[in-house]
Ligand binder design. Sequence first.
Ligand SMILES: *[C@@H]1O[C@H](CO)[C@@H](O)[C@H](O)[C@H]1NC(C)=O
Ligand SMILES: *[C@@H]1O[C@H](CO)[C@@H](O)[C@H](O)[C@H]1NC(C)=O
Ligand SMILES: *[C@@H]1O[C@H](CO)[C@@H](O)[C@H](O)[C@H]1NC(C)=O
Ligand SMILES: *[C@@H]1O[C@H](CO)[C@@H](O)[C@H](O)[C@H]1NC(C)=O
Ligand SMILES: *[C@@H]1O[C@H](CO)[C@@H](O)[C@H](O)[C@H]1NC(C)=O
Ligand SMILES: *[C@@H]1O[C@H](CO)[C@@H](O)[C@H](O)[C@H]1NC(C)=O
Ligand SMILES: *[C@@H]1O[C@H](CO)[C@@H](O)[C@H](O)[C@H]1NC(C)=O
Ligand SMILES: [Fe+2]
Length: 543
Amino acid sequence: MASLLFSATILLILFNLASALHCKIPTTLDGPFGPVTVPFDQSLRGNAIDVPDSDPRVRRRVKGFEPEQISLALSATYDSVWISWITGESQIGYNINPLDPKMVSSVVRYGKVRRPILPHEARGYSLVYNQLYPFEGLQNYTSGIIHHVRLTGLKPSTIYYYRCGDPSIPAISEIYSFKTMPVSGPRSYPERIGIVGDLGLTYNMTTTISHLIGNKPDLVLLIGDVTYANLYLTNGTSSDCYACSFPHTPIHETYQLRWDYWGRFMQNLVSKVPIMVVEGNHEIEEQVENQKFVAYSSRFAFPSEESESPSTLYYSFKAGGIHFIMIGAYIAYNETADQYKWLERDLANVDRSITPWLVATWHPPWYSSYKAHYREVECMRVAMEELLYSYGVDIIFNGHVHAYERSNRVYNYTLDPCGPVYITVGDGGNREKMAIEHADTPGNCPEPLTTPDPYMGGFCATNFTTGPAAGKFCWDRQPDYSAFRESSFGHGILEVKNDTWALWTWYRNQDSENKAGDQIYIVRQPDICPIRPKVTEGWFSAR
Ligand SMILES: *[C@@H]1O[C@H](CO)[C@@H](O)[C@H](O)[C@H]1NC(C)=O
Ligand SMILES: *[C@@H]1O[C@H](CO)[C@@H](O)[C@H](O)[C@H]1NC(C)=O
Ligand SMILES: *[C@@H]1O[C@H](CO)[C@@H](O)[C@H](O)[C@H]1NC(C)=O
Ligand SMILES: *[C@@H]1O[C@H](CO)[C@@H](O)[C@H](O)[C@H]1NC(C)=O
Ligand SMILES: *[C@@H]1O[C@H](CO)[C@@H](O)[C@H](O)[C@H]1NC(C)=O
Ligand SMILES: *[C@@H]1O[C@H](CO)[C@@H](O)[C@H](O)[C@H]1NC(C)=O
Ligand SMILES: *[C@@H]1O[C@H](CO)[C@@H](O)[C@H](O)[C@H]1NC(C)=O
Ligand SMILES: [Fe+2]
């Protein structure tokens, strides 16, 4: 009996020891890590299916000009927040008459207390956008009235109550609330930032979003590819592969009602938690007169003006002691481009004693080892990597590749303790295929000339000249830059703890909500990685 107890105790001690070891969260200081590939779980083969228009979560629930699709976005600093919503019905068909955006005013009433009345009022602007296809048989779309109102003079880390709409109709929303970001400073951070990419509007995406809500984010970043409305024709027929199913359409069609469905589904989260979006390739949505990104640019509010960007396609903002830079991959990015000049100015203005963390995001990844989109945006990497590295960007989030991957610290394809950590979260659950093939599997390495994204043009993806893959276009094993990769759907949470430590956790949809699929402390080392700004000749004059 005693010996039984004794061995049970030993077992318990061993178990505790094992779990303590197991629980120790690795840090980037322990890296670089030998590459890990979690084998694809065949039970996840089931297709991601779009939520249909009959689903109550995507149907129009309001009457008349009552607000719907309510969402929040941050301005550039904690003291200002954007509130957006839509009034009136969108139309799709052969004879549409756009609504007059002046018909309904854009008013937000808000305050720190909800009773007896919301004391403050802010007014904004409204617009309507069209998606026009002047081709035989194609239908045109015109949106409801989109309202954007910017609240200013807000206090940090404070809950505000608000309702939006037009009190004169009257058509006004319920009362919602949100919390402002903490003041910017080295000891001040939002607790949890949700990071998602390539969402679409599938049943799997609804799982991603409910897990994300379960993790109680203070802020959400969406790294491009929002609704996948461009997998549809204007008559509502769709396919998981547009080019395969509809090779002969006169223009790449879209079904803009999917945007309205998405806005309705997301309201539950984004009427309370700000969402910051950067465009992906699915937002291009070309239409008449070569117009692009119209739904994206019209539906969301961006702190572009506040961050001195001339475009909705790139901008920056602060969340506590983090400076976020949202970069546009599908717009000119090289040294001669407006975006590059803006980026140089924005980086030069970052004060790391106030925002120690510098995080950049854009849609297509530079460092991915999956076969899908392998080295597709090398021209962008060649054009921008040195600038970002010279300012010591800490973390880079990407989407586009429909899987999860985390890199070791890397710069110019060489492991470098001062390079950023790259994290791909294109695993939101959209209906296109999940990326499960790796470029390093024999027979998978693409022919270099086929790799550039045709939309972006250029060709920069030459064979490696140094390292274990020198002379070749692909590695013959998981590349050293790739620390962890797994093909599953999920979302990530970034928890910045102080000016040097941040906890990154990736959650898989098939797990319970508090089980981590991948977890690491990302640790900054400003002492060994000083910032040496790359200053381009002549940029002062461009200012
Ligand atoms: C997506 O959802 C379907 C069921 O709706 C399921 O069979 C499949 O495993 C899910 N895919 C992933 C990658 O979670
Ligand atoms: C769509 O809009 C364009 C541009 O206004 C117009 O030329 C075309 O006739 C419209 N198509 C339909 C089907 O209404
Ligand atoms: C939509 O258009 C496509 C291509 O012309 C056609 O094959 C399909 O049957 C149409 N669907 C509907 C619902 O009209
Ligand atoms: C920059 O990009 C433009 C097209 O956007 C291209 O014409 C030009 O050659 C590029 N310049 C460099 C230095 O790569
Ligand atoms: C990156 O590496 C390549 C190949 O080794 C080299 O030619 C290039 O100059 C490097 N770029 C930078 C910015 O260091
Ligand atoms: C580049 O590498 C590929 C194999 O990955 C090889 O087939 C090709 O010949 C190489 N090209 C050059 C120019 O070395
Ligand atoms: C920063 O946070 C990490 C993780 O919580 C902690 O281990 C470390 O001691 C903190 N460092 C400082 C300087 O507060
Ligand atoms: Fe994409």
